[in-house]
Design a protein around this ligand. Structure first.
Ligand code: COA
Ligand code: AMP
Length: 633
């Protein structure tokens, strides 16, 4: 039996022994009573009765254990032309001071703190400061609009919001403060106070009595010690797209999270403590939470925080500059970043300008990786390129080539085999197991390993209904795909309305809700159509109310700006077309899948239940008018 097989088998047959062993790498204040508490199945709790502090494990433990002067964080920002390194001691001290600011203003264990910040060290300090005092952070991605922030404020009910004066995109400064003020205005819940970090690129006007200046507050603060919490206490809430406009608050615990994330660094990514690890993502996404912040720090690595883009800051060589300048051993990003680089530097000429001799592995995730991109990266970089699959909900990889255990052969198009802890299977609509090679719903047998979601924030019934009820005893991933004869997993598409735009997860249902709110719109459908750069792009089809005879271009421009206003620029919603009617089944179901295939010029079957097949010709013409459905031919 291969090493991978024996490790995987043990993790499934003896999960408690397996994870208890992994837990020995973490500092515990109090040992757990039960490794796995299954008394409330299908909800499971790992390390029940155990007590610890995540920030202690990410920072203080390394300061005390000999890494005080090792770089913990390298902030590299081509957007502001700055570079800053914080050692473990410096990061610990700055975190302790900011924890002091929060505590002095009344934040205590269990209180929620929303963090709406760009990619700057203070964002990581704010996150770790919350963990230090047992407060529950909820980071909101900077590319979301005020309305999305307001929804998260109303759901998490934070006592404090930490933000910055601005974020920086290559073509513009994003003024955060007006967005924050607007969100606070829109929300029904009111936070007690805000802490605002003033960036030199743009200073914000603070509201007296509500806003605290970060630098002033830190100057007068006393450092705060780590507060011991239960292993099962929430560490953070991270909202992700659901099937409606209402986001899902994924809750992560403290104990299982620390154990699992620490374990992944060596076993999946194959890195040793002290090495430099770089996840080129954003702290607002799960990859940023797990692999910019927590996992590398828990494991004693140096993490890189990159405020820039794969292209344009200043060129398609930016990634190679960072890898070479900071001696990155292992990098993690989304395939879309590579597609962007490949578009601008197809021969990989810029790679040759840098010394990448210390660079060992590239990991990709966040969306399906097309084999072309995988092969391009392998050939140009000359290192293994590992596609691995995971979700906000799972917090770490469900399937990966686990380099620290055994490097399995790479099969392009597959995310390799189930990671230890994961019992992955493919089910048909009735819950029966599908034979190898056949596409069905990918599900994971419960209990899920530690570090995965413990539920939804104050909505466990929604979690149960959305993920656990359809296939009793399993977690339904929402992804469809198949497993081949060698156990390799192929993730092909979603079974719901989620689309993946430049590695960013979006709900077409949420975009439809915005379109439907336009006064002239009677009906609409939004679907993700294939895009060479971003993987998918949302496209809207809109039917107007009877009697509306305004210019189509004006209405399209209005709905595009409504999506940007209400969801945010990250939705990348730039194409919509007005049509006479939508294709539907006789029972009234909109045939989104068929329309998507038409847009992508794929073959499709005319559904037997369609009300009027002729409408599909109208859809093809409409799609061609906006550049899809083989418009060029
Ligand atoms: N704050 C404010 N606005 C943001 C933002 C942020 N943090 N991040 C993105 N945006 C804006 C962009 O400026 C852009 O605005 P525009 O419509 O005015 O041009 C819009 O949101 C869409 O952004 P994006 O989809 O990222 O497209 P892009 O054209 O700016 O960049 C890539 C394309 C491929 C370079 C970029 O998407 C990328 O680097 N992707 C990597 C994906 C990734 O890290 N995923 C995380 C999972 S691993
Ligand atoms: P997010 O929660 O934003 O990480 O998005 C999770 C979703 O992205 C998954 O459910 C998949 O649909 C998709 N995804 C992530 N990684 C991969 C991958 N390696 N291959 C295919 N799809 C992926």
């Amino acid at each position: 039996m291969s090493n991978y097989d024996s490790v995987h088998r043990r993790s499934i047959e003896h999960p408690e022994d397996f994870w208890a062993e992994a837990a020995a790498a973490i500092d515990w204040h109090t040992a757990w009573n039960r490794v796995l508490d299954d008394s409330n199945a299908p909800f499971y709790r790992w390390f029940a009765g155990g007590r610890l502090n995540t920030c202690h494990n990410a920072l203080d433990r390394h300061v005390d254990g000999g890494r005080a002067d090792q770089a913990a964080l390298i902030y590299d920002s081509p957007l502001t032309d700055s570079l800053r390194t914080l050692t473990y001691r410096e990061l610990r001290d700055e975190t302790a001071l900011f924890a002091g600011v929060l505590a002095a203003n009344g934040i205590a264990r269990g209180d929620r703190v929303i963090i709406y910040m760009p990619m700057i060290p203070e964002a990581i300090i704010a996150v770790l400061a919350c963990a230090r005092i047992g407060a529950v952070h909820s980071v909101v991605f900077g590319g979301f609009a005020a309305n999305e922030l307001a929804m998260r404020i109303d759901d998490a009910k934070p006592k404090a919001i930490v933000s910055a004066s601005c974020g920086i995109e290559p073509n513009r400064i994003i003024s955060y403060k007006p967005l924050l003020d607007q969100a606070i205005e829109l929300a029904s819940h009111t936070a007690d106070f805000c802490v605002i970090l003033q960036r030199p690129e743009e200073r914000a006007k603070l509201i007296s009595g509500r806003d605290i200046d970060w630098h002033e507050a830190v100057a007068g603060a006393s450092p705060h010690e780590c507060v011991i919490v239960d292993a099962t206490d929430p560490l953070y809430i991270l909202y992700t797209s659901g099937t409606t406009g209402e986001p899902k608050g994924i809750v992560r615990d403290n104990g299982g999270h620390a154990v699992a994330l620490h374990w992944t660094m060596k076993n999946i990514y194959g890195v040793d403590p002290g090495e430099v690890y770089w996840a080129a993502s954003d702290i607002g996404w799960i990859v940023g939470h797990s692999y910019i912040i927590y996992a590398p720090l828990l494991h004693g690595n140096t993490t890189v925080l990159f405020e820039g883009k794969p292209v344009g800051t200043p060129d398609a060589g930016a990634f190679w500059r960072v890898v070479s300048e900071h001696n990155v051993a292992c990098m993690f990003t989304a395939p879309t970043a590579f597609r962007a680089i490949k578009q601008q530097d197809p021969d990989g000429t810029l790679i040759g300008d840098y010394d990448l001799s210390r660079f060992r592995t590239l990991f990709l995730a966040g969306e399906r990786c097309d084999p072309d991109t995988l092969h391009w990266a392998e050939t140009k970089l000359g290192v293994p390129v590992i596609d691995h699959w995971w979700q906000t909900e799972t917090g770490w990889a469900i399937a990966s080539n686990c380099l620290g255990i055994e490097k399995l052969p790479v099969k392009a198009g597959s995310t390799a085999r189930a990671a230890p802890g994961w019992d992955v299977t493919v089910l048909d609509a009735d819950g029966a197991k599908m034979p190898p090679g056949q596409v069905g719903a990918i599900a994971c047998k419960l209990p899920l390993p530690p570090g995965t979601l413990s539920g939804f924030w104050q909505a466990d019934d929604r979690y149960k209904k959305g993920y656990l009820d359809r296939f009793p005893g399993y977690y339904e991933t929402g992804d469809a795909g198949y497993i081949d004869d060698d156990g390799y997993i192929y993730v092909m598409s979603r079974t719901d309305d989620i689309i993946n735009v430049a590695g960013h997860r979006l709900s077409t249902g949420a975009i439809e809700e915005v379109l439907a709110a336009h006064p002239d719109v009677a009906e609409c459908a939004v679907m993700g159509v294939a895009d060479d750069l971003k993987g998918q792009l949302p496209v809207g089809l809109v039917v107007l109310k009877a009697g509306v005879n305004r210019e189509s271009d004006d209405i399209v421009a209005e709905i595009i700006s409504m999506v940007r206003e209400r969801i945010g620029p990250v939705a990348a919603f730039k194409k919509a077309v007005i049509i006479g009617r939508l294709p539907k089944t006789r029972s009234g179901k909109i045939l989104r899948g068929t329309m998507q295939k038409i847009a992508d010029s794929e073959e499709y079957r005319v559904p037997a239940t369609i009300e009027d097949p002729l409408v599909l010709d109208e859809i093809r013409d409409a799609m061609r008018s906006i550049g899809y459905a083989d418009a060029a031919r």
